[in-house]
Ligand binder design. Structure first.
Ligand code: PLP
Length: 431
């Protein structure tokens, strides 16, 4: 087989401009032709390597081309294991469910039924919102200002960003937004507000089926919900018979330290969504976990062709074993201490208006107090890229630089990446 080469006089990037939809996004911030990736490094076709503090937007917690996961995958493929299996019972799926049960759920005293949804995070959220409505017979859902749950219509209805919502081209209903206790609404007593809405028969707002939240709003600007607040929210939900849905799509799989981010508050959600790093190797896979009594589905009611990515089951099973055996929680906690110290001692000293916040290995450098338009953050992101660091912007007007390195990044590359970031912030502040 002979593949076509780029036409004379064109560069390999021209075809993207010419042929790919303008909806593409990340590639605009990182304009290179990437060819290979290993660990925390991603390398372009010309051989230039970048430190990756984006990590597939949280889909690569174990780094690129992780050797343990790759070995499991190669062995499975070389034995002609099924690649596609709809939702048939397969050896790969059995292995994944077993590891999830014995390594993650049972040790935490969690008893969830596992729904394999379509392979995106948004589809796990769709399933969660459908099932809570079915199980309670109520239609309303409460979500949080600054929250992000994906772009399919049901998930988008619970996503706060106006630009994203406008792209729906239709009404997005059924969701009431409540202020989140971190970020721009941090001074509002959100639990008192929530309780008032629920208690007041004249609030005009029905008791919802569920409340959906991220314990750390990632796309909303790295807003970390306080532990006491999470406990208070969980108690209010229990009091009013409202189901608690925790979206762990970006915060799960150890990103904040424990496997689930809600563990730090000692709460137990009724429903949990997982995706991104659950397959470990960047392969598409998404899950909705629910208390067994909430599993009110009839067979095939939330179906789809790609609910059985066998390759993702294989790497996912190996990743769960690795998470436990290689003590990822402890490693994240050690890295978190190092990251926090470096950020506060370098970037924090540059300008008192910069706010640094985060937990585990998700951190944000908020530049909104200096430039609320996001132009400064954009310049920092571009400067980082030119210096060899890939890092994303997030939050209101993309004013927050978000650090999301692989959890197992080695100390040398972590230090190097943090050094590049500090140098970029410093040079952009002084331009
Ligand atoms: N929920 C959260 C918290 C997310 O961060 C994301 C994606 O960034 C999603 C849902 C949607 O996942 P996907 O992009 O795979 O549809």
């Amino acid at each position: 087989m002979q593949l076509t080469a780029p036409a004379t006089g064109t560069t390999p990037l021209d075809i993207f401009e010419e042929r790919e939809s303008s909806v593409r996004s990340y590639c605009r911030s990182f304009p290179a032709l990437f060819a290979s990736a290993k660990g925390s490094l991603i390398t372009d076709a010309e051989g230039r390597s970048y430190i990756d503090f984006l990590a597939g937007a949280g889909a690569l917690n174990y780094g690129h081309s992780n050797d343990t996961l790759k070995a499991a995958l190669l062995e499975y493929i070389s034995n002609d294991g099924l690649t596609h299996g709809l939702d048939l019972h397969t050896v790969a799926k059995e292995m994944f469910l077993r590891e999830l049960t014995t390594r993650i759920l049972e040790p935490r005293g969690l008893d969830y039924k596992v729904q394999f949804t379509g392979p995106t995070g948004a589809n796990a959220v769709e399933a969660a919102l459908k099932v809570v409505r079915r199980a309670t017979g109520r239609t309303g859902v409460f979500a949080f200002m600054g929250g992000y749950h994906g772009h399919s219509l049901g998930a988008l209805a619970a996503t706060a960003n106006r630009t994203h919502r406008a792209a729906a081209g239709t009404d997005l209903g059924g969701v009431t937004f409540i202020p989140f206790p971190a970020g721009p609404m941090r001074d509002v007593d959100t639990l008192a507000y929530l309780r008032a809405i629920l208690e007041d028969a004249h609030s005009g707002i029905e008791i919802p089926a569920a409340v959906i939240l991220e314990t750390v709003q990632a796309e909303g600007g790295v807003n970390v919900a306080p532990v006491e607040w999470l406990r208070g929210l969980s108690a209010i939900c229990a009091e009013y018979g409202i189901l608690l849905v925790v979206d762990e799509i970006q915060t799960g799989c150890g990103r904040t330290g424990p496997f689930f981010s809600f563990e730090r508050a000692g709460i137990v959600p009724d429903v949990v969504t997982l995706s991104k790093s659950i397959s470990g190797y960047g392969l598409p896979m998404a899950l909705t976990l629910m208390r067994p009594e909430l599993d009110v589905w009839e067979p095939g009611e939330h179906t789809g062709t790609f609910r059985g990515n066998q390759l993702a089951f294989v790497t996912g099973a190996a990743a769960l074993a690795m998470f436990e055996e290689e003590h990822f929680t402890e490693r994240v906690e050690e890295n978190a201490t190092f990251i926090a110290r470096e950020l506060f001692e370098t970037i924090g000293m540059l300008d008192g208006r910069i706010e640094i916040r985060g937990i585990g290995m998700i951190w944000g450098i908020d530049t909104a107090a200096i430039d609320p338009t996001g132009a400064l953050a954009k310049e920092i992101g571009r400067d980082c890229f030119n210096r060899g660091l890939i890092i994303e912007r997030t939050g209101r007007n993309d004013t927050v630089i978000k650090l999301l390195p692989p959890l197992n990044i080695d100390r040398a590359n972590l230090r190097l990446g943090l050094g590049i970031l500090a140098a970029s912030v410093s040079s952009c502040l002084h331009r």
